[in-house]
Every structure is written in C-alpha cells, then in structure tokens.
Ligand binder design. Structure first.
Ligand code: PDD
Length: 283
C-alpha cells in the first residue's frame, strides 16, 4: 500500500496527493519547508523546527498556517512504528488564479507533509569538495527554491565526493544541505548564524552537546585557509547527523579518518537520540 501523506487537511495515499499546476510552489518555488528527524516515534527538537518554520514564513511574508498542536497531530498520524524516520513538511503560497510574480491576496497556502524512513549515515566519513557559493543572499530562509543547492551537490557527486562546502568571498559558509564545523587546536569552530547560512537545528544541538562535554566552542567566521589547518571537519544535518569529512579536495583531513572529537560528539548525539526513544517508550 502507498504510504499515507498529508495534503491540505486530508490524509491520503502518496499516489493520490495532487496539487494544481498553478501552485506557486510549482511555478515560482514560492514556499518553505522543514525536515524533522524522528526517533522512537518522537520528533527531535520539534519546537525548534516549528519556530524556524515560523521564521522562514515571516521572511517570505506568510503567517503560520497551523498551531504547533495541529502540526503535532498531523505528524502523529504520519509517523508509523519506532524506526528512524524523518518528517518532510512544505508550505507554499498556494494556488493563484494566474501566473503573476506579485503576491496574491486571499489565497490559502498549500500544506504538505510526509514521513519517510532514514538510514544511519556512513560512520566512516565522506569526501567533500570546496565550491564557490552561487546561492542568493537569504540562505537563512529554508526556501524550497533549491536549484543552486541541487547543482552544487551534484557538482560534488560528479567528482566522487558526497558534499560540497560552499565558499563566498574567501569565507567558509556551510554545505549544500548541511552546516559545517571544524576542529582547530581542540576548539570546535562553526560559522555564526546570519543571512549566509541556514540556522541548523543539528548545529545548535551539537554545540550544546559539545559544551556539556566540556569541549570549547566558538561561533565565528572561518577563512578558507583555515580548512587546511583543521584537524577535523564535520557536516551536520537532520538526516545525516554528524558526518566526518575525511578527505577535502582530494587531500586527507587530519589523519584521513573520523577524528577523536567526532567520536566524543557522535556518542553524545547517539545518546541523545536514545534518550528520545526511551522517553517515547515511557510515554
Ligand atoms: N537540509 N544548511 C542547509 C543548506 C541545509 O539544507 C540543511 C538541512 C542544513 C542543516 O540543518 P538542520 O540541522 O536543521 O537539518 C544546513 C535538510 C536536511 C534537507 O534539505 O533535506
């Protein structure tokens, strides 16, 4: 049986979920989204994800379409079983009567959500390349308009790497679909929030876990030259957790394998997930 998805107030099989070709998400990429990991049937950092959704919506001049309780009730119906999964949710500006860039008045947003299984990320680490960031200047908005991210990720895949690290004006920003953290002299360094990067929920959680482990952290601009000096480089995201980069632009990072600080944070992150699973079981 087709999995059930949510579309505009209804739960229906994926194959029956249809939107109009006049949907502004389809025509203009006019919408925002979230990806929320789920462990033991429980969404990780749900409130934080929903606040980021509100922020993305406000930035594109849209109101929150549902309360947290209403979103939660939808997710509860989409989540099945206790395996690791992720919720994808998307809000577009809805279906206008004609194609026109101007924001239409009085149009109901299109709301879509689905839940799909996620596989554990490769613990051995990945290869990455650095590329010039070709995206726009509002990367803090989690917009569905992802053409640049698609091209940059594919550029990495074409060279046998798994992720592209985006560089703008000589500064290291983030991955095509992840945030970046580097280890410099024992300190975990990550770029500051702002318009140039997505404020990652995993990034914040890893910074918190690092602080709890007594690992010094710093949020500051990273120069491209510092990537070469880093003993460890990690990419973080909701679906790929904390991924060590073991080779950058064809050269090994540190010892060319997942580093010791990664092992510390990886185990803290896995413990956090386990706590979530157990709290779900305890009801
Ligand atoms: N992407 N930066 C970008 C550009 C991203 O697309 C993502 C996540 C992140 C990490 O954010 P978070 O930790 O909140 O997942 C950073 C999601 C997973 C995606 O597009 O599928």
């Amino acid at each position: 049986m087709d999995m059930q998805v949510y579309l505009n107030g209804e739960f229906l099989p994926l194959g029956e979920a249809k939107i109009s070709v006049l949907d502004r998400g389809f025509l203009f990429g006019d919408g925002v989204y979230e990806v929320i990991p789920v462990y033991g049937g429980k969404p990780l950092r749900l409130t934080e994800h929903l606040r980021r959704l509100d922020q993305s919506l406000a930035n594109i001049r849209m109101q929150p379409p549902l309360t947290d309780e209403a979103w939660s009730a939808i997710f509860d119906r989409l989540i099945s079983g206790t395996h690791d999964q992720s919720i994808y949710l998307q809000v577009t500006r809805g279906v206008a009567t004609k194609r026109d860039h101007a924001i239409p008045a009085g149009v109901a947003p299109t709301l879509f959500a689905m839940c799909t299984p996620i596989a554990p990320p490769p613990p051995a680490g990945i290869r990455a390349i650095t590329v010039e960031d070709i995206r726009w200047n509002r990367c803090d908005i989690k917009a569905i308009t992802l053409l640049a991210n698609v091209l940059l990720r594919q550029q990495a895949l074409d060279t046998g790497a798994a992720e592209a690290i985006l560089i703008r004006d000589g500064k290291v920003l983030e991955g095509a679909a992840s945030n970046i953290m580097i280890v410099l002299g024992g300190t975990l360094v990550t770029p500051p929030k702002g318009a140039a990067i997505l404020p990652g929920i995993t990034r914040d959680l890893v910074l918190e876990l690092a602080a709890a482990q007594g690992v010094p952290t710093e949020e500051r601009t990273i120069d491209l030259s510092e990537l070469g000096q880093a003993s460890e480089i990690w990419m973080t995201s909701s679906t790929r957790e904390i991924l060590p980069v073991i080779e950058l632009d064809g050269k090994p990072v540190g010892e060319g394998k997942a580093g010791p600080l990664w092992a510390v944070l990886q185990s803290a992150y896995q413990a956090y997930k386990q706590m979530l699973r157990e709290s779900a079981r305890a009801g």
